[in-house]
Design a binder for this molecule. Structure first.
Ligand SMILES: C[S@@+](CC[C@H](N)C(=O)[O-])C[C@H]1O[C@@H](n2cnc3c(N)ncnc32)[C@H](O)[C@@H]1O
Length: 289
């Protein structure tokens, strides 16, 4: 039986729960390590504790239930409005996915379960001996998986949120990839200048940030290998759209680069008719062609 139907049956037994609200109960929830994170319609929020109690009755394997009232927001892309409803109040977890261990506090750090396939595929695309720069590394969403393949020579993982950076450092140790990943704290646009000053350039650059980090394209191009390289760029666009690639190419052309699209992957639905998309672009200085 579907979650919403089970919840309705349980809440019908609760005299204090208004029966006219049964139809607006949530159809699902996010689950991280047996911790459920609910997002209730505003009218239901005063009944959050009753809903959590019923949820615990029908799903006894849950360790805790939380409510999230806000979206992922701000320059650090953090989840907003998390409130504990029931069970173990600890919010720091270690989640294992695709053989990678991610430690983080889910009240402060985003972890999009919907990106699981991309976290698995992206590391399979890298080539032996590559030097990689992960410009928006977070807690190591992509860096850790890439490093675990043992293929890259070096990954420079840049993150400017101190809390995410601390988890990135901890996750590097937890996954035993200290010899491959160098974590760097700060704004990626500034840190790329420093990498360049130290004669470091990249065969591949990961630009995993939403909305699309248009303002960081020039920085990425400035540190790409002289023989060219691959930029993995994220954004939101229509299912068949080529807008993301067009916008990227326009900037790259202005900076003296030619571009060709290697692959386009749809990560997940973002909003009705809009998709979270990843494109892999080969970039080369015009004079190399
Ligand atoms: C949350 S991750 C993106 C997650 C990943 N794309 C995914 O979907 O799983 C983006 C990270 O980039 C960081 N960030 C944003 N702008 C930055 C900048 N200019 N320099 C360094 N880090 C930045 C944010 O703090 C955040 O941790």
């Amino acid at each position: 039986m579907k979650f919403k139907e089970m919840l309705k049956i349980e809440l019908r037994k609760d005299e204090n729960f208004p029966k006219n609200f049964l139809n607006i109960l949530p159809r699902g929830y996010q689950e991280l390590n047996h911790i459920a994170i609910l997002n209730l319609k505003p009218e239901l929020r005063i009944y959050a504790n009753q809903i959590a109690k019923s949820m615990h009755e029908i799903l006894p394997s849950l360790k805790a239930i939380w409510h999230r009232s806000g979206e992922i927001q701000g320059k650090f892309r953090q989840p907003q409005g998390l409130a504990h409803l029931w069970g173990d109040p600890k919010s720091e977890i270690i989640l294992t996915e695709n053989h990678v261990r991610y430690k983080f506090d889910f009240t402060k750090i985003m972890f999009a379960k919907g990106n699981v396939t991309e976290r698995r595929i992206l590391p399979t695309r890298i080539k032996e001996g590559e030097t990689i720069i992960d410009m928006f590394a977070g807690i190591g969403y992509f860096s850790l998986g890439m490093a675990r393949t043992k293929k890259p020579k070096k990954i420079y993982s840049i993150e400017w949120n101190p809390e995410a950076y601390n988890y990135l450092c901890e996750n590097i140790r937890l996954n035993h990839v200290d010899s491959i990943i160098t974590p760097i704290f700060g704004d990626c646009k500034e840190k790329i200048v420093e990498l360049k000053e130290n004669n470091i350039c990249a065969d591949r650059i990961i630009m995993g940030l939403l909305p699309a980090p248009v303002d960081a394209i020039s920085s990425a191009l400035s540190v790409i290998n002289n023989n060219g390289g691959v930029i993995v760029y994220e954004g939101v666009e229509g299912k068949e759209s080529t807008e993301l690639f067009r916008e990227f190419s326009e900037i790259a052309n202005r900076e003296g680069f030619l571009t060709s699209l290697i692959e386009r992957r749809i990560v997940k639905i973002y909003k009705p008719h809009l998709y979270h998309v990843v494109i892999e672009i080969l970039v080369k200085k015009k004079e190399l062609f």
